[in-house]
Design a protein around this ligand. Structure first.
Ligand SMILES: [Ca+2]
Length: 282
């Protein structure tokens, strides 16, 4: 019997969710005349074309008689209540997951008749209920469109907790990729250090004003060392550049101008990211 030793524990680290600037767009030309509902989108066949959009707004007036799908992950800039707004021509549906798994998506808004671009108030179903979303977590989001003829468009906007209403910007979106995202889980799992990263420590932690961040690498790699707040905002870049094995690198995070709370120290070594939670407590 013993006190559980540190060697058997990994500190909890909240996930860091950061938009990478876009959402995946898939386009299926030549929809079957029998497939008139958005849930008849031919997901089992390869799209005619795919691309990445820089905000949650599909290209308008591109073709007749087609299906399109916009898929990605939402990273909200602040925790709070969000309302989503859909505007599309002709039929469209918006689904949001309770986490980053597409399996947990549910419909939050839809329309069966076209509206003008940017018209969000024609049907009550174009708006979602208020939904609580947490900064730092990643939510799967998907919009589907069935265009019949003439005009076609689709845009998703949100009203943020501070009242701002805007088309969801790329800075809050990560394009959908199958598999790789799911591997990171829903957030309670700590990100395991990669083999290329050697030591990675912060002391003191909790800290009062300044914390020393030290790391070493096992192989020669490009390294980026940054500190974010819990809303995903970059606070300081401590180091970017090459790191060589056999050397100890030490940098100081100066939190003297910041409010008490949790900050996320991220180190990216050779493209692999590991995070550490820093607690500023004066
Ligand atoms: Ca149309």
């Amino acid at each position: 019997m013993q006190t559980i030793p540190g060697s058997s524990l990994v500190p909890y680290t909240p996930p860091v969710c950061e938009g990478t600037g876009g959402i995946a767009y898939e386009f299926w030309a030549g929809a079957s005349p029998r497939a008139v509902e958005v849930d008849q989108l031919p997901a089992g066949t390869a799209p005619t074309s795919t691309s990445t959009l820089s905000s949650f707004s599909a290209p308008a007036n591109v073709a007749e008689n087609y299906f399109a799908r916009l898929r990605g992950y939402l990273c909200v800039p602040m925790s709070g209540m969000y309302r989503f707004h859909l505007s599309a021509d002709d039929r469209a549906e918006l689904q949001l997951s309770t986490d980053e798994s597409p399996a947990n998506k549910r419909r939050i808004a839809y329309q069966r008749l076209a509206t003008a671009p940017g018209e969000y108030g024609a049907f009550p179903t174009q708006q979602s209920e208020l939904i609580y979303l947490e900064a730092g977590r990643r939510y799967y989001i998907e919009a589907t469109l069935r265009e019949f003829e003439f005009r076609d468009h689709l845009t998703v906007a949100w009203t943020m907790p501070d009242g701002t209403m805007q088309t969801i910007p790329g800075s809050s979106l990560v394009p959908y990729t199958s598999g790789s995202m799911a591997a990171t889980g829903t957030g309670v799992k700590a990100v395991a250090p990669e083999a290329t990263l050697g030591a990675f420590t912060a002391s003191p932690n909790p800290f009062q004003d300044k914390a020393k961040i030290s790391f070493s690498v096992a192989t020669s790699e490009d390294v980026r060392l940054e500190v974010y707040n819990l809303q995903g905002k970059l606070m300081q870049t401590l180091y970017t550049g090459k790191a060589e094995p056999g050397k100890a690198y030490e940098y100081e995070f100066d939190g003297s101008k910041y409010v008490n709370g949790v900050y996320i120290c991220r180190i990216t070594v050779g493209g692999k990211t590991t995070v550490k939670r820093l607690l500023l407590a004066r």
